[in-house]
Design a binder for this molecule. Structure first.
Ligand SMILES: Cc1ncc(COP(=O)(O)O)c(C=O)c1O
Length: 428
C-alpha cells in the first residue's frame, strides 16, 4: 500500500523532473553502462558525506556534539571503497564478524565497535585481544568474558523481547548481580529496538534506555542507542526521507538532564538506513516493451529480486524513474500505467520491488530504470539462488570522477568453488 507521503509526492504534471534535484541527475550514466553494463549499483560519496554531516550538525545544535559517537554497521553495505567518506567524517564502523575486521583493516580503517550476536568463546577471545567495545548477547557469553578477565565488558540488550540476540529485559537484574560479584562495571550497553518505530517511539525508547541505566548500570560510561532511526523510502524530499535527528537529540538531551544521567556518560548510535540508503541507486536495463496481459502489466528488466532481496523482505517501495535509450528521464503523467518490475529469472515472484511501480506508457525495450535508495541492505544482500551474478558497483567521488569498485559478477561466479574433478577425502 502506498503511504500518504508517496501519493503526495507523485508528479501532478507530466513534466516534473525527479532527477533534477537528485545527485544521480548529474551522473554520466552512459559512460557507466558502457564500462560496467547493467545491472549496476551507483553510489555518491557526496551524499554519504552530506548524510554524516546532517547527523553531526543536529547533535551539535542539540548540545550533544561532544557526547555523541557515530558507528555505521558494515554489513548493510560491506564495501570499504563506498564507506571511505565516513572515515574522513570521523564516523566509526560497527563490525559483527572477524572476516569483516580483516577486510576493513586491510583498507586502513581503525575505529570500531563490535556487535557479534551469539558467538563462540573463540570469537569472544578474538575481539577481546583487540580490545574493541564488544556487545555480548547472553549471560553465558558474559560469564566467559568475565572469566577471561576481558579488559572491557559491554552488552547488547534486546528490548523487544524478540528472537534477536540480546540479554532480555527480565535478565538485567541477574546481569547487574553477576558484574557486581566480579567487581566489574559495564563500559557500555547497546539496545536495538527494531526498524519500524516513529520518532515519538524512538524518544520513548530513549527514556526506557535511561531507566535501564539508572536501575541497573548507573556506572556505565556510555549508552548505545543502536539503529532503528526511520528512513522513508517512499518520499522524494530529503526532509521527508531522513530521520528528524535534531528533535531526537534535543529530546535525549532534555531527558538525560531530567533523569539525572551524569554528563560524563557518552552516547553512541549505529544508523544504517539514514546514512546509507539514499547514497545508492540501482540502474537496470529494460529488455522488452511493457508486457500486458490479464494479470496486469510488467516491465521486464535485466535486474533480479536476487540483487536486493531486502525490498521484498521488508516491503520497501523504493522510488523509480524510467529513462529512454539515451538516458533521458521519461516524465509520466496521465499516460502512466502501474506495472510490476520483473527480474530476469523464471521464478514466479522474481519481482525486484514489492507491489507495483508507475511506468510511463512510452517505456520500451532498450531503455533503463533507476531504483532509488539502495545504499543499505541491497547489493550486500545479493543472493546466488537462480544463478544470477552480482551487479557491479561504481562510486561517484566528491570531485565527480567515477570509479568501478566492484567488478560485475562473471556469469559463472555461482560455480567458482566447484571442483573440475571430485576430490577424495583422505582416510585417517
Ligand atoms: C545492532 C544493529 N545496529 C544498527 C543497525 C542498523 O539499523 P537501521 O538500518 O535501522 O539504522 C542494525 C540493523 O539491523 C542492527 O542490528
Amino acid at each position: 500500500m502506498k503511504s500518504t507521503e508517496y501519493i503526495e509526492s507523485l508528479p501532478t504534471s507530466t513534466h516534473i523532473s525527479r532527477l533534477g534535484a537528485h545527485w544521480i541527475g548529474s551522473v554520466n550514466l552512459e559512460r557507466i553502462v558502457n564500462y560496467a553494463g547493467t545491472p549496476v549499483f551507483i553510489y555518491s560519496a557526496a551524499q554519504l558525506t552530506k548524510n554524516a554531516r546532517r547527523v553531526k550538525a543536529a547533535a551539535g545544535e542539540a548540545g550533544l556534539g561532544d557526547r555523541l559517537s557515530i558507528f555505521v554497521p558494515f554489513f548493510p553495505n560491506a564495501n570499504p571503497h563506498i564507506l571511505r567518506p565516513l572515515q574522513d567524517e570521523g564516523v566509526g564502523i560497527l563490525l559483527q564478524m572477524p572476516n569483516e575486521h580483516e577486510i576493513v583493516t586491510k583498507f586502513g580503517y581503525s575505529n570500531f565497535i563490535v556487535s557479534p550476536g551469539h558467538v563462540s568463546n573463540e570469537e569472544i577471545s578474538f575481539w577481546g585481544q583487540h580490545g574493541y567495545p564488544t556487545f555480548l548477547a547472553s549471560l553465558d557469553e558474559i560469564t566467559f568474558a568475565l572469566q577471561q578477565k576481558a579488559k572491557t565488558i559491554s552488552v547488547r540488550i534486546d528490548s523487544l523481547g524478540s528472537d534477536k540476540p540480546g540479554i532480555k529485559v527480565d535478565q538485567l537484574a541477574d546481569l547487574a548481580q553477576m558484574l557486581k560479584a566480579h567487581d566489574r562495571t559495564l563500559e557500555c550497553f547497546e539496545v536495538y529496538c527494531g526498524s519500524g518505530n516513529s520518532l515519538d517511539d524512538m524518544i520513548d525508547i530513549a527514556r526506557q534506555i535511561f531507566r535501564m541505566f539508572l536501575d541497573h548500570f548507573s556506572t556505565a560510561k556510555s549508552i548505545n542507542f543502536a539503529g532503528g532511526h526511520g528512513f522513508k523510502y517512499e518520499g522524494w524530499d530529503d526532509q521527508i526521507k531522513h530521520f528528524d535527528w535534531l528533535t531526537y537529540f534535543k529530546a535525549i538531551r532534555v531527558l538525560a538532564a531530567e533523569m539525572g544521567i551524569p554528563d560524563y556518560v557518552n552516547f553512541l548510535i549505529e544508523p544504517a538506513r539514514d546514512i546509507l540508503a539514499d547514497t545508492g541507486v540501482l540502474l537496470v536495463g529494460v529488455k522488452r516493451d511493457i508486457v500486458k496481459h490479464s494479470n496486469g502489466s510488467i516491465v521486464v528488466t535485466d535486474g533480479s529480486r536476487m540483487l536486493m532481496p531486502s525490498a521484498q523482505l521488508r516491503n520497501r517501495s523504493h522510488n523509480t524513474v524510467f529513462l529512454d535509450d539515451t538516458f533521458r528521464e521519461i516524465f509520466h503523467g496521465e499516460d502512466a500505467v502501474t506495472c510490476k518490475i520483473r527480474g530476469r529469472s523464471l521464478l514466479r515472484n522474481d519481482y525486484i520491488l514489492p507491489g507495483e511501480a508507475v511506468a510511463p506508457n512510452s517505456v520500451v525495450a532498450g531503455g533503463y530504470l533507476l531504483i532509488f535508495d539502495v545504499g543499505a541492505y541491497c547489493a550486500t544482500q545479493h543472493m546466488e539462488f537462480l544463478n544470477v551474478p552480482p551487479a557491479g558497483e561504481v562510486v561517484v567521488s566528491i570531485d565527480s570522477s567515477m570509479h568501478l569498485v566492484t567488478k560485475p559478477g562473471h556469469p559463472l561466479d555461482k560455480w567458482r568453488n566447484l571442483l573440475p574433478e571430485h576430490q577424495p577425502i583422505p582416510v585417517g
